[in-house]
Design a protein around this ligand. Structure first.
Ligand SMILES: NC(=O)c1ccc[n+]([C@@H]2O[C@H](COP(=O)([O-])OP(=O)(O)OC[C@H]3O[C@@H](n4cnc5c(N)ncnc54)[C@H](O)[C@@H]3O)[C@@H](O)[C@H]2O)c1
Length: 654
């Protein structure tokens, strides 16, 4: 099977080595730059240069037309006629070209409209000469053969001149833009709509440095056909044979809904042929639905973990969030930023994004601001512990729904600074709940954690206290807001979690450290957890604590292996996996926390509700006591004060 690589080879002969090719590009670029700077930018000079080039071209064509008509033995009589007519005919053509805008248009951009202008100008002059031939005495006009030859040659030469400038500019721009960037030859996996759109984008923008070579697909109806001039091969397994022949060094997966098993196979094939593997997120994940090569991303561990897709009641979520003012705190964080992505997709009237860290907020703002609904964002640097500042946000934006994800979450850090943890995770929540009630917020959702269950850490205890605060606020006199808390366990890829740690270890060349061969953990992907949080927000009536089902446990060593492979290395050969042994108190398997005695099912199979959680009996007194805890002074005193409010808390006292 031969591979049609003409599209991907680029317009220069392949035997030109990269240096010669590069030098040629630079020379062309230099010439075009000289023209642009010294001639193109001066209208009179530019006009004169074009007049000269077109004049010479058209004069030559007129001369040649006679020679061809008379087989290069033009009789003297016609040679004299040619001499008489040369200047008037060329002048007429130049005037017409000028009136059809051919002196104004940029020479190196030659499209259909320009071609039309050239054809009409030349047609008009030829028509005039024909009229002269029919209407005049024998020798006053050129013969019909000369007129035809002159017309065809004029159109061909002017078009060829313009087209060659266009090609030269495209080459030089391509060389300029990816100077130093190695050319990547791409095999597109999947010849469906997404693959087709990607190929079109790549072919249109050669400056991306990515050159599509062929498609590969398993569909027998597509195999053997071609899309945008690129052949479709298949089945997928043929890639191992085809890729080296076509010098493929990048695979881009465009398959809609490919199973994790299929993705794993493709990544493995990519590894075998030494190609990196990228994936285009599905249309539903792309906010604009537009397929562009910049949207591709490396295949991530999350793609391979085989999480069952979460079925959400999207209509209910849209009813809750559509056309509402929604406030997200901690909007720059792992959970908060995903909340912003998913909430914006529900078309809120306004999305108020609050975070105290400028860079985190800036990143999510940059990601979303370019989308269709970017104008509805209100990113604000605000510290939620700053009472007057956060009140200002409520006064100005009047949020209707609040998702509170701002928190300090690192367990060991918070252990050393309990006052800070209490202030940020609990007292700030108490302040926000007060404002929510006061400003008539409809729903307030606290992002909690399973570390709040029988807490053993300051972090867990402060989140438990935040949950209790919510319940106290629910019971506060005159409150109309529905306060809900959602607990869940580890999410994949959040800052400081195992995935960034493995990534760092792989980037450093290993080893990747795993505590035990059999170690398993429950994980959710961030989009999965946040989708369920939004679903939970539609369920509660107020005062409930919900728990998300974490799905199937993941074997940590398997995850480490897959991440090494995704980075293009071989586990144990290129990167070592080091077993470090269990640390004191660390468990091999996490216990499932979904105990039917304490949890009840809800309308959603992956969301449970904590039974009999009524919160503090005397809400006002409880909140008062909470505010006094922070005044308790040093670390052990605060921990003990927290224990009085959360009797199930077992503090670590050093
Ligand atoms: N990451 C997980 O695995 C996970 C799992 C379950 C629950 N949670 C909970 O979700 C919440 C958010 O976690 P995350 O992983 O997104 O953390 P993160 O550290 O990625 O994000 C927290 C964000 O809150 C911001 N923030 C902190 N204090 C603030 C303040 N006073 N004012 C304004 N902004 C503030 C931070 O700047 C940060 O951008 C935490 O309560 C955490 O316990 C996280």
């Amino acid at each position: 099977m031969s591979i049609a690589t003409s599209q991907a080879d680029g317009p220069l002969p392949a035997e030109l080595g990269p240096n010669l090719r590069e030098r040629l590009f630079r020379a062309v670029r230099g010439l075009l730059d000289v023209f642009d700077h010294h001639v193109g930018s001066r209208p009179v000079l530019r006009f004169a240069a074009i007049l000269f080039v077109y004049g010479v071209e058209l004069g030559l064509v007129f001369y040649l037309a006679y020679e061809l008509r008379w087989d290069f033995a033009t009789p003297d009589e016609y040679a004299r006629q040619r001499l008489t007519l040369l200047i008037p005919i060329v002048a007429c053509k130049l005037i017409l070209l000028q009136s059809f805008g051919q002196f104004r248009s940029v020479l190196s951009y030659f499209g259909l409209a320009d071609f039309g202008g050239v054809v009409i100008s030349m047609c008009t002059v030829s028509g005039f000469m024909l009229a002269l031939w029919y209407g005049s005495e024998v020798s006053a006009a050129p013969s019909r053969g000369v007129i035809l030859m002159d017309f065809v040659l004029s159109v061909a030469l002017i078009s060829a001149f313009r087209l060659s400038l266009r090609v030269l500019r495209t080459w030089s721009i391509a060389s300029h833009e990816h100077a130093g960037m190695a050319e990547r030859r791409v095999a597109i996996i999947g010849a469906g709509d997404v693959g087709e759109a990607l190929a079109k984008d790549l072919l249109q923008r050669r400056s991306s440095g990515l050159h599509p070579v062929f498609f590969i697909d398993n569909d027998p109806h597509k195999i053997g056909r071609s899309i945008h001039g690129l052949p479709v091969y298949g089945p997928l397994e043929k890639l191992v044979k085809l890729a080296p022949m076509a010098r493929v060094n990048e695979l881009v997966i465009t398959l809609k809904g490919a199973t994790p098993k299929r993705l794993k196979e493709i990544v493995e094939l990519g590894r075998q042929i030494g190609a990196t593997t990228q994936i285009i997120p599905s249309f539903t994940q792309l906010a604009s639905g537009e397929v562009k090569v910049e949207r591709s991303r490396p295949v991530a561990i999350e793609d391979l973990l085989g999480r069952a897709p979460v079925n959400l009641d999207s209509a209910g979520i849209t009813r809750l969030l559509g056309d509402r003012v929604v406030l997200v705190t901690g909007a720059g964080g792992s959970i908060g930023s995903e909340l912003c992505r998913q909430i914006l997709a529900q078309r809120p009237r306004q999305l108020v994004m609050v975070d105290q860290t400028e860079i985190a907020l800036f990143e999510i703002e940059q990601e979303l601001v370019g989308t269709e609904l970017g104008a509805r964002l209100a990113p604000l640097i605000v510290d939620v512990t700053d009472g007057p500042a956060i009140r200002g946000v409520f006064e100005r934006y009047r949020p209707e729904i609040v998702f509170h994800a701002a928190a300090h979450k690192h367990v060991p850090l918070m252990e050393r600074q309990p006052a800070e943890a209490l202030k940020n995770n609990t007292l700030a929540t108490a302040g926000l709940t007060r404002l929510a009630s006061e400003f008539g917020v409809e729903r307030f959702v606290l992002i909690s954690t399973d570390k709040a269950i029988n807490p053993t850490s300051v972090m867990g205890c402060t989140k438990r206290l935040a949950e209790k605060t919510l319940q106290a606020s629910q019971q506060a006199p005159g409150n109309q807001t529905a306060f809900l808390a959602v607990r869940f366990g580890n999410v994949l890829g959040s800052s400081g979690s195992v995935i960034p740690t493995f990534k760092r270890q792989i980037a450093q060349g290993g080893p990747v450290t795993v505590t035990h061969h059999e170690m398993t953990r429950y994980f959710m992907t961030i989009p999965e957890a946040v989708g369920l949080v939004l679903q939970t927000a539609t369920l509660g009536r107020g005062g409930e604590i919900f728990i998300l089902d974490m799905g199937q446990p993941v074997k940590i060593i398997e995850m480490a292996r897959q991440m090494i492979e995704l980075s293009g290395y071989r586990p144990e050969i290129d990167i070592e996996i080091k077993i470090t042994g269990l640390r004191p108190g660390e468990k091999l398997f996490e216990e499932l926390r979904h105990n039917e005695e304490i949890h009840t099912a809800t309308d959603h199979p992956r969301i449970f509700q904590l039974k009999s959680e009524s919160g503090p009996t005397n809400a006002a007194a409880w909140l008062e006591a909470l505010h006094r805890t922070v005044e308790a002074g040093g670390s052990p005193a605060i921990k003990q004060a927290m224990q009085r409010l959360v009797p199930e808390y077992t503090p670590f006292l050093d």
